[in-house]
Ligand binder design. Structure first.
Ligand code: NAI
Length: 331
């Protein structure tokens, strides 16, 4: 039997956490033969609820689950973790200024960065889910210098999966026959869902999604808007934000990162820019990536048309603004 992998989930008493921890314990994230130990962190006010989640994990008798830690102590939570999924954060409440929310999250991510820097296992892989996801990841990178930059990512896989879903609905094909959409940029409503390079498996081979959809206007308007606004649509319908799809996409993100993407397939991940596609170096920006042996690489050489260029630049601009807002909160 393999040695267990220790996975940290912060904000584990919240609704994404509640959907996510059983997926991890069932092997949906790291595979059906990989034992896991789950560390769950939340804040003092949620300690009792967190303990309830721990009780349920025990009650579910998961064969792969070798241990559970439920704690409000960030150092205990971060100790020896191989994978950290950071879902905990401060939500924007009615009437709050953007700067106030940013300021709360900057201090949370700074503290968690310091704890991971000191106590996580070497080569710990980090996925930030909590919003503002890209900028929280940027702060984490800043304050966890011992964690390689390539190990710090944020979640845009939910947006990626939403884009696959919209194309599959439009064409009435199964979602697993659609691949290689791209989410560029920020996990915000500015994000650019791009289907220009997507393909669809058909009886007569792989075809470009643009050709099968045959409706450039739809791809440039309704498709983009639906993906950008999907989070808001879910809140309107459920009166709560997306949790099962967010948890499932977080599993997809880590699974593909650790176990690799299938040949010929890329996925979207928020990663530190190396300057590819003219995106300022060091920004956490969502790119198309392939993964192999636990490492992602940005898919190179994709043709970018003028329409895309404009949208990609708008994302870089928004992320630069978020970055300066975040840095102004540090002082
Ligand atoms: P939630 O409010 O149900 O849960 C958040 C949990 O985090 C709460 O239990 C809270 O007590 C905890 N928390 C707050 N501060 C903490 C701290 N300093 N340390 C540890 N835990 C802390 O929220 P939900 O629905 O689970 O969403 C979590 C986050 O994920 C939100 O920021 C949300 O905007 C974001 N999100 C991101 C998505 C993405 O695609 N990147 C998709 C959906 C949500």
């Amino acid at each position: 039997e393999k040695d267990p992998v220790t996975v940290l989930v912060t904000g584990a008493a919240g609704q994404i956490g509640y959907a996510l921890v059983p997926m991890i314990a069932r092997g949906e994230m790291l595979g059906p033969d990989q034992p896991v130990i789950i560390h769950m962190l939340d804040i003092e006010q949620a300690a009792e609820a967190l303990n309830g989640v721990k009780m349920e994990l025990i009650d579910a008798a998961f064969p792969l689950l070798k241990g559970v830690v439920a704690t409000t102590d960030v150092v205990e939570a971060c100790s020896d973790v191989n994978i950290a999924i950071l879902v905990g954060g401060f939500p924007r409440k009615e009437g709050m200024e953007r700067k106030d929310v940013m300021s709360k999250n900057v201090s949370i991510y700074k503290a968690q960065a310091l704890a991971l820097d000191q106590h996580a296992a070497p080569d710990c892989k980090v996925l930030v889910v909590a919003n503002p996801a890209n900028t929280n990841a940027l702060i984490l990178k800043e304050f966890a210098p011992s964690i390689p930059e390539k190990n710090i990512t944020c979640l845009t896989r939910l947006d990626h999966n939403r884009a696959l879903g919209q194309i599959s609905e439009k064409l009435n094909v199964h979602v697993s026959d659609v691949k290689n959409v791209i989410i560029w940029g920020n996990h915000s409503s500015t994000q650019y869902p791009d289907a220009n390079h997507a393909t669809v498996k058909t009886f007569t081979g792989e075809k470009p999604a643009t050709e099968l959809v045959g409706d450039d206007k739809w791809l440039k308007t309704e498709f983009i808007d639906t993906v950008q606004q999907r989070g808001a649509a879910i809140i309107k319908a459920r009166r709560m934000s997306s949790a099962l799809s967010a948890a499932s996409s977080a599993c997809d993100h880590i699974r593909d990162w650790v176990l690799g993407t299938p040949k010929g397939t890329w996925v979207s991940m928020g990663v530190s820019s190396d300057g590819s596609y003219g995106v300022p170096q060091g920004l956490i920006y969502s790119f198309p990536v392939t993964c192999d042996k636990g490492e992602w690489s940005i898919m190179q050489g994709l043709k970018i048309d003028e329409f895309s260029r404009e949208k990609m630049d708008a994302n870089a601009k928004e992320l630069m603004e978020e970055k300066s807002l975040a840095y102004s909160c540090l002082n």
